[in-house]
Design a binder for this molecule. Structure first.
Ligand code: ADP
Length: 257
């Protein structure tokens, strides 16, 4: 439902914030803890030792807070079987009213019965972000196409910095024929708070990427000025999701933020 989606979106921003904050806080607190430790060992001056203990205890409490912030942020994700047909029809309903007359939108799937492990709400949110971006990029109208099809990825599809996970994938593509992006913009679109829009948050694409990552998937973008933009989201259909890619796995939150 829409309320659920808004909640998920808020949660997503919060999780990103928590991830980024806790990373920075941890880097800040660790040397503080060390300093407290060394002061505490200071035998010659009991006052310094007391100060050391204070610094240490406060630092420790801070670190505990960082950890509970992280586990809170990880807690809410629910994996379920997502049926492609259900995902697309719910998404179509959601988009009703958000598509301007000048934009023609089509949703195309090859197999509505196809299902895969994921989180319905997060996936909706991800598609919503991409489609709203496309619509906002085409104020004078254009064509928006969302399609889903099965595909196989071989090991050489993956970038050098990615762990190659060849296999069967569901590819969901969001394609527009808007103005596209130049390389300077493309280089920054996944940076938190990067936006070219007045009033933009610059969190939409980062949030998409996090969602795709947490599904063990891969996200690709292909865009050229004057030719439009294409986002491809690949979700694994068969192989077990790699541990490092799960949202409920600690390091991913910080890594993405
Ligand atoms: P926001 O939408 O708040 O700006 P996003 O992270 O969703 O934040 O997008 C970042 C930027 O990427 C946008 O400001 C825009 O410049 C660019 N962008 C995203 N999608 C498209 C698209 N389909 N066509 C052209 N530019 C896009």
């Amino acid at each position: 439902s829409e309320a659920e989606l808004i909640r998920a979106q808020r949660f997503e921003s919060l999780a990103m914030l928590a991830g980024g904050l806790s990373h920075d806080l941890r880097n800040l607190l660790q040397p503080l803890l060390l300093a407290g430790d060394s002061l505490q060992d200071y035998q010659d001056d009991p006052r310094l030792a007391r100060l050391g203990k204070l610094v240490r205890d406060c630092g420790k409490r801070g670190l505990d807070m960082v950890h509970s912030m992280l586990s809170f942020a990880r807690g809410a994700r629910r994996a379920e079987q997502v049926r492609l047909g259900a995902l697309f029809s719910a998404f179509g309903l959601l988009m009703q009213g958000s598509v301007p007359r000048a934009v023609s939108m089509e949703l195309v799937i090859d197999d509505p019965e196809l299902s895969f492990e994921g989180n319905h709400t997060e996936l909706q949110q991800c598609l919503l972000n991409l489609c709203l971006n496309a619509i906002q990029a085409m104020p004078d109208g254009g064509h928006l196409r969302v399609e889903a099809a099965q595909t196989s990825l071989s090991a050489d599809f993956f970038l050098p910095e990615q762990q190659p996970r060849p296999g069967r994938y569901l590819c969901i593509s969001v394609i527009d024929d808007g103005p596209g992006m130049d390389q300077a913009v493309l280089d920054q679109i996944f940076e938190p708070f990067f936006t070219t829009k007045e009033g933009g948050t610059g969190l939409g694409l980062l949030s998409c990427k996090r969602i795709v990552d947490s599904h063990g998937g891969v996200m690709r973008v292909d865009s050229e000025p004057g030719r439009g933009t294409r986002f491809d989201l690949y979700f694994p259909l068969e192989q077990p999701v790699a541990d490092g890619d799960r949202l409920d796995d600690g390091d991913n939150l910080e890594g993405a933020a």
